[in-house]
Design a protein around this ligand. Structure first.
Ligand SMILES: CC(C)[C@H](C(=O)O)[C@@H](O)C(=O)O
Ligand code: SF4
Length: 476
């Protein structure tokens, strides 16, 4: 079916229809063709082992792209030296992916690649992520790529094996939901604040079984990095995927990247093709939510689920359930008092939610000419080698280092604490990542999710604080 035929369709339906190999029946899910399969070291070893056990080849190595990110140390090491892996298991995961990629002819952005980085940062950066595509990865934050108008799902390890072997995925058609963010956001409010406010509004299961399309003035005004931040956290509202229709901002961002056409005629054809992938007027959504974006303030989470976002200086709500009371106890917050003022032990600026150049610029703007508070450890972890280089070209690394923060090599780092970067029991971490579950950043560590500006401000102040108080440049 052509992208524009028939009744009004949503962006999601258009991408779905364009990739349908076989429609679903009562007994069988639909079969979807996958344009891009992203692979990392944590969820791929078993899938490759199944292939090997059955003597199967990777169907489309040219549509498969791998990187190492979760288990990789972010500490420097000299060329020729072995990377300082935190555990033998981490080393094994990386070495297994290296062996599998070379056995199957898959491009791996490994230790020596200029494009190594967190899988959801490098796909877009390379221009491998494109509007109208289906993209999968054995990783729940694959929704990030939906910021380009792609349909991007996280899949399980068994499905990783299926896609490696067939380049197809079996899926029941998800329901559709549109979240419209009306009006402009106030100055100083970032994409992270928007998505934390959205999830606080709809809840951790508000998007269950759905593909969410984000629309409205506040979304259209976001740059691509901000749109990725929003789509990234769709999974934290239970959604299968998040999407934003591609527009001029998208095309301008993609132009000149490695995997997009460089020939001007082919580029124009690609833009024409991509432009079809937007919701028609009158398209049906199973659920519609409208949020007044003008009311959104800098957000922080007070609990141990991503839907516990509140304005940084708003009072923590009184416990409404046993799990709510447990979360308050774990976080050591008091109902009726704001999160602002809470003493901070560590600050983590990074992860596939907020480790791109604009995130680092926002953090650097606050840290510039200031010092990280005594007793606070601040880790700045760029999302990729390319982001790191760009930041260094702009002098952001100097700003972080002079402020007393640690400037690290790219990777998932303290977002998931698999690589040795972690919080200690009881420590409070203000983190730009996406999950604040108990122990996510180390056993007993307490996570407050926030934007890069709010995290940087917490590092400087030594306690959680409204970033607006530090948005004026420091005096030299
Ligand atoms: C390791 C991986 C399976 C996991 C995910 O799927 O999201 C990780 O990236 C995370 O953020 O928890
Ligand atoms: S940065 Fe965090 S959320 Fe993103 S892929 Fe890595 S572990 Fe998962």
């Amino acid at each position: 079916m052509s992208p524009d035929s028939g009744r009004p369709r949503s962006l999601f339906e258009k991408v779905w229809d364009a990739h349908l190999v076989k429609a679903e029946t009562a007994d069988t899910p639909a079969m979807l063709y996958v344009d891009l399969h992203l692979v990392h070291e944590v969820t791929s070893p078993q899938a490759f082992a199944v292939l090997a056990g059955r003597g199967l080849k990777v169907r489309r190595p040219d549509r498969t792209l791998a990187t190492i990110d979760h288990s990789t140390p972010t500490l420097d090491f000299a060329p020729g030296e072995s990377p300082p892996y935190a555990t033998e298991a981490a080393r094994k995961q990386v070495e297994t992916l290296q062996a599998n990629a070379s056995a199957h002819g898959i491009t791996l952005h490994g230790w020596d690649s200029e494009y190594r980085g967190v899988v959801h940062v490098i796909g877009p950066e390379l221009g491998a992520t494109q509007p109208g595509m289906t993209i999968v990865c054995g990783d729940s934050h694959t929704a990030t790529h939906g910021a380009f108008g792609a349909l991007a799902f996280g899949i399980g390890t068994t499905e990783v094996g299926h896609v490696l072997a067939t380049q197809c995925l079996l899926q029941r058609k998800p329901k559709s939901m549109r979240i419209t963010l009306e009006g402009p956001t106030a100055p100083g409010v970032s994409a992270k604040d928007i998505i934390l406010a959205v999830i606080a509004e709809i809840g951790v299961d508000g998007g269950t079984g759905c593909v969410i399309e984000y629309a409205g003035e506040a979304i259209e005004a976001l740059d691509m990095e901000g749109r990725m931040t929003v789509c990234n956290m769709s999974i934290e509202a239970g959604a299968r995927a998040g999407m934003i229709a591609a527009d001029e901002t998208t095309f301008a961002w993609l132009k000149g990247r490695e995997h997009v056409p460089s020939d001007p005629h082919k580029w124009d054809m690609a833009v024409t093709h991509w432009s079809h992938f937007r919701s028609d007027p009158g398209a049906h959504f199973d659920r519609e939510v409208v949020i007044d974006a003008t009311q959104i303030r800098p957000m922080v989470t007070w609990g141990t689920a991503p839907d516990t976002g509140i304005a940084v200086d708003a009072p923590v709500p009184a416990a409404r359930s046993a799990s709510h009371a447990r979360a308050l106890g774990y976080m050591q917050f008091e109902a009726g008092k704001p999160v602002s003022g809470a003493k901070v032990d560590q600050v983590f600026i990074g992860s596939c939610t907020n480790s791109r150049i604009t995130d680092l610029r926002a953090a650097a703007a606050i840290m510039s000419g200031r010092r990280v508070a005594p007793g606070v450890r601040a880790l700045v972890v760029p999302g990729s080698v390319a982001v790191r280089k760009q930041a260094e070209a702009e002098g952001l690394d100097r700003i972080f280092i002079e402020a007393g923060a640690e400037w690290r090599q790219p990777g998932c780092s303290m977002c998931i604490a698999m690589n040795g970067d972690k919080g200690e029991p009881g420590q409070l971490i203000v983190s730009t990542s996406n999950r604040n579950f108990e122990g996510r950043q180390g056993p007993g560590a307490r996570t407050v999710l926030a934007s890069p500006a709010t995290a940087a401000a917490a590092a400087i102040a030594g306690h959680v604080i409204d970033p607006a108080t530090l948005m004026e440049p420091a005096h030299a």
